[in-house]
Design a protein around this ligand. Structure first.
Ligand SMILES: Cc1cc2nc3c(=O)[nH]c(=O)nc-3n(C[C@H](O)[C@H](O)[C@H](O)COP(=O)(O)OP(=O)(O)OC[C@H]3O[C@@H](n4cnc5c(N)ncnc54)[C@H](O)[C@@H]3O)c2cc1C
Length: 543
């Protein structure tokens, strides 16, 4: 083995949404010496700082790593991408910045599942709310549910496109009430999202939590440092081995703990490469099993998303806002005043509703995007012109997928099978969601701007046709979670105990979305930050 580097209390693997928060709290509140190893690039880049940059990145950029699913038999063999941030800040540096936390019942359900664990520290809404509030610097809402002084800057949209307003009005015409705060007392309704930015400038985990610690000798951030293996000696995690940009391998020792936060698709891969996982699966790749945990890589949960796309009958939305003289004018306005279309990621308006029981608890989240917005494997299905898209997303899907090793080589991406819409209840719900929001396209004012609905194709309104449409277009809403989940004592598929410690291996924790027992209803960035924050707290305040 090469020379082992020392001098760190904690090594955090992956500088994404959760990893940055955990590392920052351990340094700033624990006075610990922390090495943060990030496989991707620096977060300081104009494309990342401008909210609309997301649309350039989704279909091809060095700031993303594109996991590709294995052929999905239930989708007729289709494969689709699952892009993940490949940059300091992880998802928070590339995402659409929509600020959502999920609803109290998400965490109270975790509590019911987890409270039987020995040393249970608390995961109910009452336990996690202080983390959300403490991190939040909201520019409008400061109350029992919202914080105003935290480092994560949360703002109302600086710019709202007319298409977003029409969407809100048309959905109101369906009977759904206006909601001014989807993170408030009720999710239900239609309205405008809040964003993790200020004057359009992204408030990522890198900017909000790591940048303020620049110059602190206790925090070392290594970029382009791709971890290949967790070093485990006699059942104790002692450090990690990573490969730097020049291809050289380094082994680093952690005096206290290794914390893995490489995201829900890579974290289980790293565990398996290190001998933690299903003994049979590890054996099939010639890997010696150190801890036989069959739950590693199981329980992959993601939010499935299906689009409805209309071609506009006029120059509405953001098409062509990023070219020619408009780009110059918009760019100048953004640079000088921090205002205008470039402050917007485009996803300004949305809704939460249960299409089968519109007065009940929402089962669907919708996003209105004032462009023709499709994944690269479906982009050729519609003309490149003025239009708008409403995507419908199941917030509590029942389908579950897997992450498995492709090989024992850390260079190989894992085999990912998310099984989106495989559960018949998910398909049923998605069909109802599509029908519900298609109705909004037939209500004024939106209906007055529609030249034609392109997707689903005209006539595709029977359940069978809608199911085929969903199978053709379903994709990730970018929220893979749950692949190394926490569980109570005696839960054979739990990978972690409720203090986020890997069962059967000492001094090893996981603090990213993999640890979630079930996905929250809504976007996942703030929940990932909460997980990082809670992990640091559990370390700093032992049972
Ligand atoms: C395109 C896109 C749009 C999104 N839009 C929104 C939104 O609008 N609102 C919202 O709330 N959420 C959104 N999300 C989701 C949200 O950003 C993620 O759920 C969240 O960032 C996940 O946090 P994490 O800590 O679990 O993982 P990540 O943030 O993905 O962090 C994992 C980190 O580990 C690094 N890494 C991976 N492998 C290694 C390795 N071997 N060694 C070292 N480092 C490694 C990665 O580069 C990454 O930085 C979006 C995500 C994407 C991709």
């Amino acid at each position: 083995m090469s020379h082992v580097q020392r001098g760190y209390d904690y090594i955090v693997v992956g500088g994404g949404s959760s990893g940055c928060v955990a590392a920052a709290r351990l340094v700033s509140e624990g006075g610990a010496r922390v090495l943060l190893l990030e496989g991707g690039h620096s977060h300081r880049h104009a494309l990342l700082d401008m909210p609309p940059g997301i649309f350039k990145m989704i279909n091809g950029s060095k700031f993303m790593r594109y996991h590709q699913t294995v052929p999905q038999d239930h989708l007729g063999g289709r494969v689709h991408d699952i892009p993940q941030g490949n940059v300091l800040g992880g998802g928070s540096s590339v995402n659409a910045q929509v600020y959502m936390r999920g609803r109290p019942s998400d965490y109270d359900a975790w509590h019911d599942l987890l409270r039987g664990d020995n040393d249970y520290p608390g995961w109910s809404w009452k336990d996690v709310l202080p983390h959300f509030r403490g991190m939040e610097g909201n520019n409008r809402l400061q109350d029992d549910l919202h914080g105003g002084n935290g480092p994560l800057l949360v703002s109302d949209p600086g710019h709202i496109n007319e298409v977003s307003r029409w969407f809100v009005q048309s959905v109101q015409a369906l009977g759904l009430p206006f909601n001014h705060d989807f993170n408030g007392v009720s999710q239900r309704g239609v309205g405008f999202y809040q964003f993790m930015n200020r004057h359009g400038k992204r408030s990522s985990a890198a900017y909000a939590f790591i940048a303020p610690l620049e110059g602190n000798p206790n925090l070392k951030v290594e970029l382009h440092a791709r971890v290949r293996r967790i070093e485990i000696e006699n059942g104790v995690a002692t450090g990690v081995t990573y490969r730097d940009a020049s291809g050289q391998d380094h082994t680093v020792h952690a005096d206290r703990e290794v914390i893995v936060a490489a995201g829900s698709l890579v974290t289980p891969q790293l565990l398996m490469l290190s001998g933690i996982g299903s003994a049979d699966h590890l054996r099939s790749h010639g890997i010696r099993c150190i801890a036989d945990l069959p739950g590693v890589g199981e329980n992959l949960i993601d939010h499935p998303e299906v689009p409805i796309t209309a071609i506009a009958n006029g120059p509405y939305g953001y098409y062509k806002q990023g070219v020619g003289w408009r780009m110059l004018a918009n760019g100048l306005q953004f640079k000088v005043f921090g205002s205008g279309p470039i402050t917007s990621s485009g996803v300004e308006a949305g809704a939460f509703v249960n299409p089968m029981d519109p007065a009940g608890t929402p089962s669907i989240q919708a996003f209105c995007v004032p462009i023709v917005y499709l994944d690269r494997d479906t982009l050729d299905s519609v003309e490149d012109t003025y239009g708008f898209t409403v995507t419908t997303v199941i917030v509590k899907p029942k389908s579950r997928g897997t992450v498995r090793l492709r090989s024992a080589n850390p260079e190989d991406m894992p085999l990912v099978s998310p099984n989106l819409l495989k559960h018949p209840d998910d398909m049923r719900m998605m069909i109802e969601a599509q029908k519900y929001f298609l109705r909004a396209f037939h209500e004024p004012p939106l209906s007055e701007k529609v030249k034609r609905i392109a997707i689903p194709a005209p006539g595709e309104t029977s359940d069978e046709a809608m199911a085929l449409h969903c199978k053709r277009f379903v994709k990730t809403n970018y929220h893979p979670s749950g692949t190394c989940r926490m569980g109570a004592t005696g839960d054979a598929m739990a990978v972690l105990d409720t203090r986020m410690r890997v069962r059967g291996v000492e001094r090893l924790r996981i603090c990213d979305l993999s640890a979630m027992p079930d996905i929250n209803a809504g976007n996942t960035n703030a929940p990932a930050m909460m997980m990082g924050s809670r992990c640091a707290e559990l370390i700093l305040q032992p049972a």
